[in-house]
Design a protein around this ligand. Structure first.
Ligand code: FPP
Length: 261
């Protein structure tokens, strides 16, 4: 899509959004953006509401982020929706989150198809409730021919769990299929991760101001640019994503080297 075409279809609700879009170099977009969606609980607490209302409000942010990412032309968007540690939360909050997820997937499927979005999951979804798994499989299956954005949810995801799962499968291939350990390098291990074949995140966004990576994509974020905002996830809007992209494009990525002068 040309810049003019994109600007024509991208909603620009404010002067700020228009200025941000004007400042984006479409030839140097991040290919993969990963987001730690944090602050739903605090958003609800500030309003004297139950925590689940923060998660419910966070869905509007998910929608806007997915739509904007697709329109910008990003290749991959990964949202951290439920970690392996999140099972420690109260049962009511977990079941509420699962219900929200199920309804979200059902209601968004047509929009995903319309926007040429391919849906996917990383993590261990097999431990999620059966009805949620059904919706995940349906969305994955129905959107599998889409050519645009790969939108994936990290569900029952842990970075260390992912590495352990990958190493276990790799060891099984050494044992059963004669893979030579001497040939194992970084690219080999990357092929055994949930994200096999995907570009690593160029940009990692975290909301609500915490300076932690919280066991998210530990291997893949080795060289990611990190953008942290104090905005709580339910308040995260298109302009915040655009701000992150503009800021990313100002950074000098060196991958441990030096920049030629
Ligand atoms: C972190 O906020 C957020 C989560 C653990 C869940 C994220 C879920 C959603 C945005 C809604 C459902 C998702 C989809 C994809 C439909 P927190 O609860 O840890 O906030 P706190 O740190 O302020 O307590």
């Amino acid at each position: 899509m040309s810049r003019e075409d994109l600007l024509a279809v991208m909603p620009q609700d404010s002067v700020e959004e228009k200025q941000l879009l004007d400042g984006i170099d479409f030839a140097r977009l991040p290919r993969h953006v990963a987001v730690i969606m944090d602050g739903n609980g605090r958003w609800a607490k500030k309003r004297m509401m139950p925590r689940i209302e923060g998660h419910r409000a966070g869905i509007a942010s998910v929608r806007e982020t997915v739509e904007t990412s697709a329109r910008l032309g990003l290749k991959v968007l990964t949202l951290y929706a439920f970690s392996v540690e999140n099972w420690k939360r109260p049962e009511l909050e977990i079941s509420g989150l699962m219900l929200l997820l199920k309804h979200y997937l059902r209601s968004e499927l047509d929009t995903m198809l319309k926007n040429d979005i391919r849906f996917g999951v990383i993590g261990r979804p097999e431990a999620l409730p059966a009805d949620v798994q059904d919706e995940l499989m349906r969305a994955t299956e129905r959107t599998r021919h889409s050519q645009g954005l790969l939108f994936q949810l990290a569900l029952n995801y842990g970075g260390r769990t992912e590495l352990a799962d990958g190493v276990r499968r790799l060891a099984a291939d050494v044992q059963a299929n004669g893979l030579d350990p001497a040939t194992i390098d970084e690219a080999t291990l990357a092929r055994y991760l949930y994200t096999a074949g995907q570009p690593d995140p160029d940009l990692l966004i975290r909301t609500s101001g915490e300076l932690r990576v919280s066991n998210f994509l530990l291997w893949q974020i080795a060289y990611s640019e990190i953008w942290v905002t104090d905005v709580l996830w339910p308040d995260f809007r298109r302009r915040h994503l655009l701000q992150a992209v503009v800021d990313y494009q100002r950074r000098e990525r060196r991958y441990g080297g030096i920049v030629a002068s």
